[in-house]
Design a binder for this molecule. Structure first.
Ligand code: FEO
Ligand code: CA
Ligand code: CA
Ligand code: CA
Length: 676
């Protein structure tokens, strides 16, 4: 559907000031209401959430740590509708839980067990609050509510059965006791950013899954094969402990699977779980309209710490590109180009998952190299690339091996290590691709060792704090890089780039730190969520910050960002410890102005702002508030007065005072589009 851009002035609202209040603050003339919080029932028979640590049945409730999210419209009669703005389903990620010393303490009566073994009942709860939920939402008058007994409602958890799709399906790397033929796995885990396909499915990125698995201190010798190289590259050195100790819940496979040292009679055979971690780390595709269809992990898009997945603007007869990032320090930016050319008939297909098979199981994965002259290359990750076929560090067997170990393949080709790629989004107006680079404590002018890197053109800042201290270590405030594809569009293997925006404190040094000229109405740190929404074309930026929370809670800004090349080349000069200078040329977009960047929302205490989607008419905006009160100490679990946040109870939502991750819905009091 063609949505007419609003005639109203965009960013016409008054900027929201920075805030440390335990509440959601939106501009005058707007209303924010809590819609869907941790524990809310998704079935008719599930009781209301008591929020006191005694609740059960989490497979039939909203999960925790709401993150990436998309709205899919429904007609009045409940059929899929690209314009349905009064009724729809929200598909969303439940990334993790608020925890300390193994236990997700807000879920359990006395804060839970903080030593091993963990009780099965606690593990079962924690497993069930991870994953994805689909929930129907409806507008009545001007108010939005979830539909607790809707047949659309669905949960996927860290134990749900999922199909492996694409080149890795059936590969020896995916063989486990659960799936001797390597075609399935259990669960989706640490789902962070999201996305939507042009054929109406939900995509979810599995991010920090590695930390949920335990590995024995002698596993390197026990394995004695190249899987050791892979495990180390993906953050599981031998002796690594698991985040929650789920492997200690009992002898059942559903607990034992989290121990990837468990060995059966044959090496990497069908009787052990040593390949279990190879089943996590993908973009998983879900049909939001049909809960009977199995979710599929799209292995062709590579395995790493996925955030969002953003499609190129579809052009009939041309391939689609899917842009993605790997959110860890000094990791990479990727794109997948479909083998199939886009067909307009697929915009509303009869079988959405089969359409996903068509576009997402065959194609080419690329990784980005960002050059100092403002150009860039997409480098192919396949056995066709001699740098991969002949890589000495890890001998790739086939394409499946390249995709499952995409980080190693990207190392082999010399891709550019970035300052933690979080979300990406494509500007619907011109197809340019925006990536948040949230921060990087390992960016160091005097870099030493393999884990630290000096600043470079695409990752040009290395200052300890927002004021630009002389220590010159780290990029704590992050920035947003943007790419313009070459003439081949989605299939291009070259691009140009600049830095759209640098996070900074408004009072920071304008020549070294506050390079985008931010004022008090715009200053922010650690951009993370980022999405262009189609009704207005506004680029929404959400923060997940540790460097500025002494001054303000996390926030969301609205931006009208211009285009690649609208700024100028800038040289940052650093004084190195050895007395020499380090000059870094970079490309800085046009400076922000009051008309092009404005703070729209500030969240409650301890919360990250993440996940954003709208109704097709642009009159309802859904935003996720993740982990309010995150810094509440486990020792204070019995004393609400000591919770660092009591949101959303203090906004009048739900029972109990324990803070809960939740979706809010924002409307404009005059019924207008959000962001005008
Ligand atoms: Fe889950 Fe990269 O944020
Ligand atoms: Ca994120
Ligand atoms: Ca983050
Ligand atoms: Ca978070």
């Amino acid at each position: 559907p063609v949505i007419t851009p609003p005639a109203e002035k965009l960013l016409g609202f008054a900027a929201v000031p920075k805030s440390l209040a335990d509440s959601v603050i939106v501009p005058t003339g707007y209303t924010a209401a809590v819609l869907y919080a941790l524990g809310d029932p998704l079935r008719a028979g599930t009781p209301a959430y008591k929020n006191d640590g005694t609740d059960a049945d989490f497979d039939n409730r909203a999960g925790d740590h709401h993150d990436g999210m998309e709205y899919f419209g429904l007609s009045a009669t409940g059929t899929p509708s690209a314009t349905g703005s009064d009724r729809g389903v929200l598909a969303m990620n439940h990334e993790a839980t608020t925890d300390e010393k193994l236990s997700s303490h807000f879920l359990h009566a006395n804060g839970g067990t903080t030593s091993l073994p963990r009780p099965a009942a606690e593990v079962d709860r924690e497993v069930a609050v991870h994953g994805i939920s689909v929930v129907e939402v409806r507008k009545t008058g001007s108010a939005w509510n979830t539909v607790a007994d809707s047949t659309f409602n669905r949960r996927l958890t860290a134990l749900s059965e999922v199909e492996i799709a694409g080149p890795a399906r059936g590969n020896a790397l995916l063989v486990t006791k659960f799936s001797p033929d390597g075609t399935r796995t259990r669960g989706t885990l640490n789902n962070c950013g999201g996305g939507r396909s042009p054929w109406g499915t939900y995509l979810s990125g599995e991010e920090n899954w590695s930390g949920y698995f335990v590995r024995s201190a002698t596993d390197d010798a026990a394995r004695n094969d190249k899987s050791v190289v892979s495990l180390r590259r993906y953050g599981r050195n031998q002796g690594a402990t698991s985040r929650h100790g789920w492997e200690t819940g009992g002898t059942d496979d559903k607990y034992q699977r989290w121990d990837i040292s468990k060995k059966g009679a044959s090496l990497n055979g069908s009787d052990d779980y040593r390949n279990e971690m190879n089943g996590q780390g993908y973009i998983i595709e879900v049909d939001p309209y049909d809960k009977t269809r199995p979710a599929r992990k799209r292995s062709a898009l590579g395995r790493y710490a996925h955030e969002s997945a953003a499609f190129s603007n579809p052009v009939v007869g041309q391939p689609l590109a899917v842009y993605m990032g790997d959110d860890s320090r000094n990791e990479y930016i990727y794109k997948f180009v479909t083998k199939a050319a886009w067909s307009a008939a697929d915009a509303n297909p009869g079988d959405r998952i089969a359409t996903g098979d068509k576009y997402l199981d065959e194609g080419t994965l690329y990784v980005a190299k960002v050059n100092a002259d403002g150009s860039g290359q997409w480098i192919e990750l396949s056995m066709n690339n001699p740098l991969i076929a002949n890589y000495a560090t890890y001998k790739f067997a086939d394409l499946a091996d390249v995709l499952v170990n995409a980080r190693l393949a990207a190392d082999a080709v010399g891709a550019t290590k970035m300052d933690r790629p979080e979300w990406c989004s494509v500007n619907p107006a011109n197809g340019e691709i925006y990536y948040t680079l949230t921060n990087n404590s390992n960016r160091n002018v005097n870099a030493s060792g393999s884990s630290q890197l000096p600043p470079d053109a695409g990752n040009p800042r290395a200052y300890t704090d927002m004021k630009g201290s002389s220590a010159q270590n780290g990029n704590p405030n992050g920035h947003i890089i943007r790419f313009r594809e070459g003439v081949a569009g989605s299939a291009a293997t070259s691009f140009t780039w600049d830095v759209y925006l640098f996070g900074a404190e408004s009072g920071a040094d304008a020549t070294r730190v506050n390079l985008s000229g931010l004022t008090a109405d715009q200053d922010h740190s650690s951009p993370d969520g980022l999405a262009f929404l189609k009704s207005t074309g506004i680029c929404w930026i959400q923060t997940d910050d540790g460097a500025y929370t002494d001054v303000t809670n996390n926030m969301m800004l609205a931006a009208l960002p211009g285009k690649v090349g609208d700024g100028a080349k800038t040289t940052l000069v650093y004084d190195k410890a050895d007395g020499t200078k380090l000059n870094v040329d970079t490309y800085v977009g046009k400076k922000a102005s009051a008309d092009t960047l404005k703070r729209f929302l500030v969240g409650p205490v301890g919360a990250e702002i993440t996940g954003i989607t709208e109704t097709p008419d642009g009159k309802a905006l859904f935003v996720n508030i993740q982990h309010p009160g995150e810094n509440t100490a486990l020792a204070n679990i019995g004393d609400p007065a000591k919770y660092t946040s009591q949101w959303p109870a203090n906004a009048g939502y739900g029972a109990g005072k324990r803070p809960r991750s939740a979706t809010i819905v924002i409307t404009k009091n005059d019924g207008g589009r959000i962001g005008t």
